[in-house]
Every structure is written in C-alpha cells, then in structure tokens.
Ligand binder design. Structure first.
Ligand code: ADE
Ligand code: ZN
Length: 343
C-alpha cells in the first residue's frame, strides 16, 4: 500500500484518545504566544531553538523540558487556549472521544489555584462537546516524584470539582517511584468515586504493573510495554481484560524502544491483549493520533484488521457507557466494511 493511502485510511477511522497529557500538547508556537502575553521569558530565544531541545534519551530528560514549558500557563484563558488548540487539532484527525490527563500539582505548586486550571480546561472540553461533537472524560494525575502526602492534598483540592473529574492517574518519573508509594491515596480516591489508572511499565519493570493492578486496583494501565517480560502478568491482563494505552511515538522519542519496528503492539494484539494507540505528549514527540497510528502501521505493516482492532479496543477501553461504546464500535466496523467494498 502506498503511504498516502495508508494515511487516508487512518484519517477516516473514528478514533478515541485515552492517553494524552494536556500539558504535553503545548505546541511551541502557542507557548511563545502565551509567554509573551504573560511577560515570561523562556529559556529559549526562539521557537526553533526550543524545538532543537526536543531530543531525549529517557523520560526524565523529557519531563524536565515539559515542566519548564508548563510554567508559562498562569490564567484560566491560558489553560483554555491550550486545551482548545489540542481539541481542534484532533477534531481534524477524526478523534471523536478523548480522555485527557491534567497534572494539577505542576500548577498548584507554582501558586496557580486548582480552580483556575480545571475551569480553563473544562470550558474548552465543554465547548468541544457542543461545537465539535467530541465527548470527553477528565483525569487528574498525581505526580509520582512528589510524596503521597502531597497527592492527598491534591485529592482534597479536587473534591469541590469532583463532578467534573472522572478518574485519577499516576504519572511523572517512574523509576524509584513505584505504584505502592500511592496505595493509600488511590484507595481514598476510589472512595470518592474516581476511576483509577496509572502509568506503569514504561521505563519501570513489570513488577510496577503488578503493583498498579494489585495495590492501586487500576482499571487500565498507561503504557505497560514491559508486560511482555512476564508470562504470568500477560495471563493476568488477558484474564481481566485490562487495557494498555500504548504511545508508540513517545516510546520511540524516549528510547523505550530503539526503532518503531521493535514496538510491541503487534505481539500484544496477537496474544489478545486489549492494546490501544495514543499520543501521550504530541507536541513533544512529533505527532498526534494519526501520526501515531501511521508510523506504527508503516513500521509493523499492520493490516486493516489490526487497525480496526486497535480502534475498537480504544472505544471498549474508554469510560463511555455501554451504549455509547457500541455506537462507536459499530461506526468503526461500518467504516472498515466500506473500505473492503472499495477493494
Ligand atoms: N507525563 C507526561 N508524559 C509522561 C510520560 N510519558 N510518562 C510519565 N509521565 C508523563
Ligand atoms: Zn503518559
């Protein structure tokens, strides 16, 4: 298949994005614009020099730049603009449902009130629901390099807004910050009605995935690449149908894999794991949903059936209700049937 045909097929797939850090969708152009209006001087003197710094050897090198970028966000309007830019971009890629992470501590630790952050993000999500027909869930992520006590404070701050928040996640520097560190705050979050997910097995070992399942009791694993190291874990994931939200371009840029051909998604699909594809931090890793699907499909020579499976898995793994899931899954199937009629 020639590349433009593959891209066209991917463009047409109705897609769900389940692993996206809103701060990771901050494009350099918008970052400079917001920095200017907030009278903040960035450490880089131009968009070009900032983009040149986007070369990472591991997760921590990326996180250092990612947190720096987020420092220009001060006002509700800034959070709105950031989120709206992401939503209009993915709308153009036929993404119809998003489950978006935000990192409150990245902002509250700088003195930005929780309500400023969440109101800006939520207003953009609501506008997209009305104007772009994109449904959404909002997920508050605890930063794992900080203490559990600080996560508890964040949980407390979130409670007046809990009707806006579908669940909690766990992100930031994985090595040395195992899920077990956050078992109590995840338990408390569940008691408040939040659904639970966690990044695990991105750089960290398969033990961290076990901990996320057994101690945090998550319903999805973000990344989870390292599960292939562990047969018993694979059996557990299969038995419980726990989805993995994979991010191929992120894995490549953060050297979790050395080349796209090494990405584990095909092996996971072959084993029956509910693997899904997402963008993680698209402004930093060179692509949104279409590019993630495209680069993966090209490198691994994915068939239309595999692309369809990935798209269906994402809707099934989402937090939409059963009826909504079925509607989306049917649309994906109708789309692929229409392609087969053309052949
Ligand atoms: N925060 C933003 N992107 C992340 C990633 N890929 N892993 C952990 N924390 C993150
Ligand atoms: Zn992530």
């Amino acid at each position: 298949m020639i590349s433009s045909d593959l891209y066209r097929i991917i463009q047409g797939i109705p897609k769900a994005e389940l692993h996206l850090h809103i701060e990771g969708s901050f494009e350099p152009e918008l970052m400079f614009e917001i920095a200017k209006r907030n009278n903040i001087t960035l450490a880089y003197d131009s968009i070009e020099s900032l983009k040149k710094a986007y070369k990472f050897n591991n997760l921590q090198e990326f996180l250092d730049i990612y947190y720096m970028g987020a420092h220009v966000l001060l006002h509700e309007q800034d959070f709105f603009d950031l989120t709206w830019a992401y939503l209009t971009k993915v709308h153009s890629q036929n993404v119809v449902h998003v489950e978006v992470f935000f990192d409150p501590q990245t902002h509250t630790d700088r003195g930005i009130p929780f309500d400023v952050v969440i109101t800006g993000i939520r207003n953009a999500l609501e506008k997209a629901k009305l104007e772009l027909n994109i449904s959404y869930k909002l997920i508050m992520s605890y930063l794992r390099h900080l203490s559990e006590e600080e996560a508890f404070k964040t949980l407390e701050s979130s409670l007046p807004f809990k009707h806006w928040i579908a669940g909690v996640g766990l992100d930031s520097s994985e090595m040395g910050n195992p899920p077990s560190k956050f078992a109590n705050v995840f338990g408390a979050s569940a008691k408040h009605g939040y659904k639970l997910v966690a990044h695990a097995g991105e750089e960290g070992p398969s033990d961290y995935i076990w901990e996320a399942l057994d101690l945090l009791k998550v319903v999805r694993i973000d990344h989870g690449n390292r599960c292939l190291d562990d047969e018993a874990l694979l059996a557990r994931l299969l038995e419980t149908n726990i989805p993995l939200t994979l991010c191929p371009l992120s894995n490549l840029e953060l050297k979790v894999i050395q080349k796209m051909e090494d990405h584990p998604v095909t092996k996971m699909l072959d084993k029956g794991i509910k693997a899904t594809i997402h963008s993680d931090d698209p402004a930093y890793f060179g692509g949104y949903m279409n590019e993630n699907y495209y680069e993966t499909a090209k490198a691994l020579n994915l068939s239309n059936d595999q692309l369809m499976q990935l798209a269906i898995n994402a809707f099934e793994a989402s937090w939409l209700d059963t009826e909504e899931k079925e509607t989306h899954v049917d649309r994906v199937k109708v789309y692929f049937d229409s392609l087969n009629l053309l052949v």
